[in-house]
Design a protein. Structure first.
Length: 72
């Protein structure tokens, strides 16, 4: 005896599988984008650390030379 709902279930399952494949592709693209953004953020963090160290050294040197003027 044939299942009257088998064809409908197969159609629904194929639609679900198709959507899951599209979601997987989208997630892979999202992961690639996040890796790229993380790379940019690492570069920015490195520059920020260098700039902070530079400013700390400049402030220390100006204080030691008594040339640090109060903020305007």
């Amino acid at each position: 005896m044939d299942d009257p709902y088998q064809e409908e279930q197969e159609i629904i399952l194929s639609r679900i599988i198709g959507r899951v494949e599209k979601i997987n592709e989208s997630m892979l693209e999202l992961n690639r984008s996040i890796e790229q953004v993380n790379g940019y953020n690492a570069s920015i963090a490195e520059v920020t650390e260098l700039w902070s160290t530079y400013m700390r050294n400049v402030t220390w040197n100006l204080k030691n030379q008594n040339e640090l003027h109060p903020p305007v």
